[in-house]
Design a protein around this ligand. Structure first.
Ligand code: PAF
Length: 321
């Protein structure tokens, strides 16, 4: 394919990726990484802008990570449109230098075999005494068996209903960090718990990478941008607006002096229930520790996970009163 000034280089091989990054850094260039699972929207594009503002070069990874899905989750239906993603990246005013698009980061024999599309379910981990949970990563004798766990932060909120999610995220992000070796990595605040898990991993494992949390991007009606929004039927999308609406109300109530978190939670729960959402959790937690709080006397964030139809949406609102 002809390369124009704005065409990103597409790299699928992890060794090539590392070679590129090392070559650039040896020339004194700084590298930013924006990890994504593709199906890019304005939210991702704002992360790219953030990277662009902070570094000389930007790498966008596009990889739907089987390690963060359990067999019962939506790995097979996770939306993807690599060609569309490339067009979006090419049309950006900020240049993306590389799109890192590996085939299978858990296959150590045949890293680039695009013909072998099967993902074997396996890799059980112990959840409780007699219970194990699995992710969609092939379990073979020669397969992947090392996982990064951020033990306390991974447990609450999304970790309760998605027990393999954060170990899968932390592991793939650690792999991406080791492959791309960026100076800066940018993640969205929409995935608040994910951001805190990654920041803690970076601190605890001494990665020399600055992790930036970028503000949530919303549609003009308030819905937080997400690749999953595409699965919402029009009437579900309308009802899903109750999430952001109630979060903004709660923030406004807090700013007017309501510091009782039970009251704020109830306000959010009532609005979402009223719209027919099936709430997974609504929690008011400390922004750093993600511990639940009763009264607002330090920066908090209200985090929400809710289903409309079959679509699970998350959103949050920071409150710094
Ligand atoms: O937020 C996401 O898209 C994913 O969880 C991430 C960080 C790219 C890891 O697969």
């Amino acid at each position: 394919m002809a390369t124009t000034n704005t065409d990103p280089e597409i790299i699928t091989d992890k060794n090539e990726m590392r070679k590129w990054s090392r070559a650039m850094r040896s020339q004194g260039k700084t590298v930013g990484l924006v990890p994504t699972m593709g199906y890019l929207h304005e939210g991702h594009l704002s992360l790219i802008k953030e990277s662009h503002n902070r570094t000389n070069l930007t790498v966008v990874s596009i990889y739907v990570n089987p390690g963060q899905f359990s067999p019962s989750e939506d790995l097979s239906t996770y939306p993807s449109d690599f060609h569309g993603d490339l067009l979006k990246l090419k049309s950006l005013p900020q240049r993306v230098d590389v799109v890192f698009h590996p085939y299978n980061l858990y296959d150590y024999n045949n890293n680039n075999n695009n013909n072998n599309k099967s993902v074997v379910i396996g890799n059980a981990i112990r959840k409780g005494e007699n219970e194990t949970v699995s992710s969609c990563v092939e379990e073979t004798e020669a397969g992947h068996e090392t996982w990064v766990r951020v033990e306390r932060l991974e447990k609450g909120m999304c970790g309760k209903s998605r027990p393999v999610f954060f170990r899968g995220v932390a592991t793939v992000v650690a792999k991406l960090f080791n492959i791309v070796e960026p100076d800066v990595a940018v993640f969205g605040k929409k995935d608040y718990q994910q951001l805190r898990v990654i920041q803690r991993m970076v601190r605890d494992l001494d990665f020399s990478i600055e992790v930036i949390g970028s503000e949530i991007m919303r549609d003009s009606d308030g819905l937080a941008l997400s690749s999953r929004n595409v699965h919402l039927k029009p009437e579900e999308r309308e009802k899903a607006l109750s999430i952001s609406r109630s979060l903004f109300w709660a923030k406004s109530a807090a700013q007017k002096g309501q510091i009782n978190c039970k009251e704020l939670r109830e306000l959010v729960i009532k609005e979402i229930n009223g719209a027919g959402g099936r709430i997974d959790y609504v929690e008011v937690v400390n922004q750093e520790s993600l511990e639940a709080v009763d009264k607002i006397n330090s920066p908090v964030v209200i985090c929400v996970a809710v289903r409309f139809g079959t679509v699970r949406l998350i959103d949050n609102m920071e409150i710094n009163v």
